[in-house]
Design a protein around this ligand. Structure first.
Ligand SMILES: [Zn+2]
Length: 399
């Protein structure tokens, strides 16, 4: 049996007046996703359990079959796993975003999708300017960097993801609690250092958002997760993603990570390359998990045109070739779902259940309708505990 899972990150949404009352998935031309729904089934699944912030860390862990209530220790520890950063039980990891803040207002959680090279310079300079025992900085992809704290100060802080408060004052969401002073000191240092940094001068001159400071959040200790193989008896898994967070989950699951040239978090990503490589990896692996970040980023920018276009690209260049490849195997199943909604109207991750569709060997088709939020809701199929979806999918849609 060959399994493929395709994740158009944040693609689920609400009806938009700009789209004549349709959701972006509904408005997009998606013949391949529709084929899946019309030859299999669709429904809703709650991937963000009560009490959790909606985000790809929680939602992806959940849809992979791991209950976040049991296994989620924060977002940053997953990204640290991706970078193979060794952590002892007492070490803390924080996400260290490069962000754009103007007049105290959070303008951009991604500092204009800053390049890796620019991020490396800025984070390197910050690291050299700060003299705190046990503090380390690790650059990741674009604005997504990490800070590890192996020091002795007790930490018990509340932090807020910067993509959760666009256009709001940062003062409302600064780290609070034990150890907050340490974090505030780092944030202030970055503001001083970046105010007249030459990288920012160039970014301003070329019309790009500057990285005015770092923002620390998503902290946690290292999680302790059983391998996917031991949990689901599927031997070889492969992850394809442009995002460190998901590479980290793959490492913790005991999967391989396959890199595709030209993959980014944005709409400039190499969709075609990802589709070709996802299909190709099915020869080698029992399960291939292919994640595309671009619809999520478009949603955070409230860019509904790009969101629709990104969904169409994923359908054509990833779902299409993967479906074609799967059908060459005697037994196969395909699952497509956004990990969570990201709403154009609010530019934030939503908490509504997301829509999934699956087809393949043994999957019944009760109602052959195109894939969208409306039809998924009308199907009556609803999985309340999102971590049960994986078992449901691997069994071909029986509970
Ligand atoms: Zn997002």
């Amino acid at each position: 049996m060959k399994y493929a899972i395709i994740i158009p990150d944040g693609a689920a949404d609400e009806p938009l007046k700009e789209l004549g009352g349709k959701t972006p998935i509904e408005a997009a031309h998606t013949p391949n996703m529709d084929w899946v729904a019309q030859h299999g089934r669709q429904g809703l699944v709650r991937t963000v359990p009560d009490g959790f912030e909606s985000g790809s860390d929680v939602a992806t862990m959940c849809l992979l079959g791991y209950d976040p209530k049991k296994y989620h220790t924060g977002r940053a520890p997953l990204e640290a796993a991706a970078q193979q950063i060794p952590l002892s039980a007492s070490d803390w990891v924080f996400r260290c975003n490069l962000v754009t803040v103007v007049d105290g207002i959070m303008k951009d959680h991604s500092a204009g999708g800053i390049s890796n090279a620019e991020a490396q310079r800025l984070i390197g300079d910050l690291s050299r300017a700060i003299d705190v025992a046990g503090l380390e900085f690790h650059t990741g992809v674009s604005y997504r960097n990490l800070m590890v704290y192996r020091g002795h100060e007790a930490i018990d802080v509340t932090t807020k993801p910067p993509h959760e408060f666009p256009e709001e004052p940062t003062s409302k969401y600064l780290p609070r609690g034990r150890g907050a002073d340490l974090l505030l000191g780092i944030i202030e240092k970055s503001q001083e250092l970046y105010a007249h940094h030459e990288i920012n001068d160039v970014r301003r001159e070329t019309g790009h958002n500057p990285a005015t400071q770092v923002w620390l959040w998503g902290q946690g200790h290292a999680p302790d997760m059983p391998s996917f193989r031991s949990r689901f008896d599927v031997a070889r898994g492969c992850m394809i993603t442009g995002v460190d967070l998901l590479r980290g989950l793959a490492v913790l699951l005991g999967w391989d990570v396959h890199e595709v040239e030209g993959m980014t978090s944005f709409h400039d990503t190499n969709y075609a390359g990802q589709g070709v490589e996802t299909a190709r990896m099915l020869d080698k692996y029992d399960l291939v998990f292919s994640h595309v970040e671009s619809p999520d980023e478009a949603s955070h920018q409230a860019d509904w045109r790009t969101k629709v276009d990104a969904i169409e690209h994923i359908d054509k260049h990833v779902v299409g070739p993967v479906l074609e490849k799967l059908r060459t195997f005697p037994e196969w199943r395909l699952l497509v779902l956004p990990d969570h909604p990201t709403n154009i109207a609010t530019r934030k991750h939503g908490y509504a259940p997301t829509l999934f569709t699956m087809a393949g060997t043994g999957v019944q088709c009760p109602r052959p309708l195109p894939y969208n939020e409306r039809n998924a809701a009308a199907s009556g199929l609803r999985i309340e505990h999102g971590h049960e979806l994986m078992e449901y999918f691997l069994r071909g849609g029986s509970r």
